[in-house]
Write a protein that binds this ligand. Structure first.
Ligand SMILES: Cc1cc2nc3c(=O)[nH]c(=O)nc-3n(C[C@H](O)[C@H](O)[C@H](O)COP(=O)(O)OP(=O)(O)OC[C@H]3O[C@@H](n4cnc5c(N)ncnc54)[C@H](O)[C@@H]3O)c2cc1C
Length: 397
């Protein structure tokens, strides 16, 4: 064992990591603890991005270390696949520190890369993938709009019109994470005069693209979400992802990402649990550590039980390929529920200090609200599962 402990993982899911994987994760944790943890309070308060840590994280070669890739499978385009359990623990480890660090890094190597692999041609993948991994070709994903969130599949107003020069995109996007620190924005648009839904890798500095950081955010404060305007933005056909032509294709690309929320939720719970346990052992009331009170132990046990349930879901995704649109919704809504309960219990354990950033639980508490909403709200995911169970769609009256 390489000193990589996961207090709170009572069922020992981490025991299935190989020695090489544990060593890599320990390296990641050491980097995060030494360099990122010390700046979290100040950056959270000032809403400053963690983008400067992306390159150093890329230099750790978490996803392209030849030692780890040795026993992996080859994907179309020549890329190799790491063991899903290890990939999951990378996300977990980042979220155990802070959700914003995970989004700042994973929005690129998880979301953006997944979209390129799911929608791009073999040539696009081969050209862009090395730059995605070393952060010299950065990107984000723009689907949500100011007037269309839950109903974006049916109501999207951003359009792409075919012309002699390529495509002309007009519209607006909202909430787009990492947009102001990315070279590219994957913009989803409805084909004007057609019924296809298309995706374009739009250069962020293309004429007609305007990005503005959304201010006054109370969750994921270190992730910069942006409002984006697209006015007559010309994009060549070579920057269209040819294997995305409908919402079904987008959902296909996003299955694994939605299910990955279980890893993020497990990581955040482990982070909040560690802070709550440490506090409970240190803080004395009525002449003894609060950890000795039954009602405090009840909270800690409920958090650990939630962690076990969330990790069980996460690990299930590594042994059972997600190839439908319903199970990711079930996984996401259960994981987000467990997370929301756990961070509230951790916050409660730390009492009044639980709302102070210095005590390391309120970041998780606030950020759980963001996670509860993105990758499909509880309602939307419930409607997806409910439709599959009953055969009746309850999205509209
Ligand atoms: C921190 C954060 C980061 C994000 N990052 C991105 C990103 O990078 N890229 C991106 O494209 N988007 C992103 N989003 C957007 C996110 O996907 C949307 O917020 C989400 O889809 C919900 O849309 P909405 O906020 O417009 O809520 P609305 O759709 O307006 O919903 C409001 C409420 O009504 C409920 N509701 C809606 N329809 C129904 C119905 N039929 N029945 C019952 N209840 C219903 C919803 O569940 C919700 O509770 C992000 C959001 C947040 C908060």
């Amino acid at each position: 064992m390489s000193g990589l402990e996961y207090p709170g993982d009572l069922l020992g899911f981490a025991d299935d990591l190989t020695a090489a994987e544990r060593a890599k994760l320990a390296q990641l944790r050491a980097y995060l603890d030494e360099h990122v943890r010390p700046v979290l309070v100040e950056r959270w308060e000032s809403g400053q991005s963690l983008a400067d840590f992306r390159r150093p994280l890329a230099d750790l070669h978490l996803l392209d270390d030849p030692g780890l890739l040795g026993h992996s499978a080859v994907l179309p385009g020549g890329a190799r696949r790491l063991r899903p359990l290890y990939r999951g623990f990378v996300t977990l480890e980042l979220c155990r520190l802070d959700l914003a660090m995970s989004i700042t890094y994973g929005g690129q190597v998880g979301m953006f890369r997944t979209l390129i692999h799911a929608g791009g041609s073999p040539e696009q993948i081969a050209t862009w993938d090395p730059g995605i991994l070393d952060f010299s070709f950065t990107g984000c994903f723009a689907l949500s709009e100011p007037d269309h969130g839950s109903d974006v599949a049916g109501g999207m107003s951003t359009t792409a019109r075919r012309t002699a020069e390529g495509w002309v995109i007009d519209g607006a996007k909202r909430w787009i994470g990492n947009a102001t620190i990315s070279d590219n924005i994957v913009v989803v648009a409805r084909e004007a005069g057609g019924d296809r839904v298309l995706a374009f890798v739009v250069p962020a500095d293309a004429p007609g693209v305007e990005r503005a950081v959304m201010a006054h955010k109370g969750a994921t404060r270190m992730v910069h979400n942006a409002d984006i305007r697209l006015d007559g933005v010309v994009v060549p056909e070579e920057r269209r992802l040819p294997r995305i032509e409908s919402f079904r294709d987008i959902n296909r690309a996003f299955r694994s990402l939605r299910a990955d929320i279980a890893w993020s939720a497990a990581g955040m719970q482990l982070g909040a649990y560690a802070a709550a346990l440490e506090y409970a052992q240190r803080r004395e009331q009525f002449g003894r550590p609060i950890a000795g009170f039954q009602l405090i132990q009840d909270k800690l046990v409920r958090i650990v039980a939630n962690i076990a349930q969330t990790l069980a879901l996460a690990v299930r995704t590594t042994t059972h390929p997600i190839d439908d649109d319903v199970s990711p919704s079930l996984i996401k809504l259960v994981a987000a529920d467990r997370l929301r309960e756990s961070v509230a219990l951790a916050r409660e354990t730390v009492g009044g200090n639980g709302v102070l950033l210095d005590y390391d639980v309120v970041r998780f508490f606030a950020d759980a609200e963001a996670m509860y909403t993105f990758e499909g709200t509880r309602e939307v995911n419930t409607l997806i599962v409910g439709r599959a169970l009953t055969g009746h769609s309850a999205f509209t009256r």
